[in-house]
Design a protein around this ligand. Sequence first.
Ligand code: SF4
Length: 400
Amino acid sequence: MVYSHSKLETYQNCPRKYKLCYLDDLRPEEEGIEAFLGSRFHEAMEELYSELYFRLMSLEEVKACYDSAWKKKFHDKVKIVEQGRTAEDYFRLGLKFIEDYYKHYYPFNQNRILGLEQALEIDLYGDRRYLLRGFADRIDLAPDGLIEIHDYKTASQLPPQMAVEADRQLALYQLGIKQKWPWAEKFRLVWHYVAFDQELYSTRTPEQLDQLRKEIATLIDRIEAEQEFPPQESGLCRWCAYWDYCPLKKHEVALEKLSPSEYGQEEGVVLVNSYVTYWEQKKQAEAELEKLKEALVQYADRYQVDRINGSEYYLTIVRKEIVRFPAKGQAERQKLENILREAGLWPALASLDLNSLEKAILEETLSPEVLEKLKDLISKEKMVTLRASKKAESKDQTKT
Ligand code: SF4
C-alpha cells in the first residue's frame, strides 16, 4: 500500500472513514464547499505560476480562470454546512483570496520556481517498506539559496506557530524532494494562509526528520495491524461525506427519509424511547433511594435502632469504619506507596492494577515478549455498553 499525508491524517481523525475511503474505495459524490473552494484556488495558482514561465497574467485573467473553473465544476452535491451561507458567499471569498494574494506577490519575481504541483515519492528508509506519495503545491528556489516548499491554505483559522512546527505534510515533502534532488541542501517550509494574507514558516532539523520517519513508520504499522477501524466522532463529522455508511450516522440518515408518523414507529426509535424511559426512571429511583437512605440513617440515629421494620421487609443498618486513601495520581498517593515500599510491605499490600494492564494490552504498549508470556493467561471478549445522550447541543452523557 502506498500512503499519503491525507491518508494518514484521515486514519488519525477517524479510522472508519479511512476504511470506507481507502480500503472499501467508496467515493461519495458529496463534496464540502470549503474543499471545492480550496481546489479552485489551487487551480488558479497553478495557472498563474505555470503561465509565469512565459508571461505574467493580469489579476483579471486569474480571476476569470477561477470564475470559469468554478462554474464548470460546480455540481449539486457540493455541500454547504455553515447555516445561512450560500455558494455565492464562498465564490466571492475565493475571489478575495486571489486578489489579496496577487497584490501581495505582484510582480511575482521573488523566487525562481522549481516545480508546480510536483509529484513526490517518499521512501522512508530506502527499502520501499514505507512508501508515501504527495504533491507539493509549489517548490521555489529563494534568493538566499533555500529550497522553499509552498502550500496554499484556504482555511478560516490561522493555526498557532506550534502547529506548523509540528506539521507533517511539508516535512514529508522535504524528505521526498531530498530523495528526488539529492543536491538540495537547505529547506524552508512555507504556508500561505490566504484568508489572512499571511505566510507561516518552519524548518526541520535532521533529528526532527528522523523522528518524523519513525512516527510515520509506527503509524503505518498501526494502520496495517488495525482490525476494527472504529468510527471516531468529532467536529469533523459535519464535513464527512460517509454518513450513509458510518455506523454512528447511518440511522440518522435513514430517519431523515421518514415521515413524522413513520419516524415514531421505526423499530430503533421505539427501542431507544423505551430504553431511555426506564433509564430515566432508574436515575430518579436511585436519587430517591439516596434521599431515603439519609432519612433512614437519621431515624436510626434518633431512635438508637439498627433495624427498622416495614410491612413486608425490614432494613438493617450496618455501620462500619472505612479508611480513605489519596487517589491515584495525587502526590500523597506516591508518598503512601513509598512508605509501604520502605517498610517492605509493598509485595504483600499492593495489588495488580488490572485497569492499567488492560489499557496497556489494548493499546499494545506492552513488549511483544511480555504479551507472548501473558497470552495463555488472558482472553479478550466483546463487551457492549449503551450510552444515552441527549440530542442537539446537550453534552450530558451518562454510561448505563
Ligand atoms: S461521520 Fe464521523 S465518525 Fe462517521 S465516518 Fe465520518 S468522520 Fe468517522
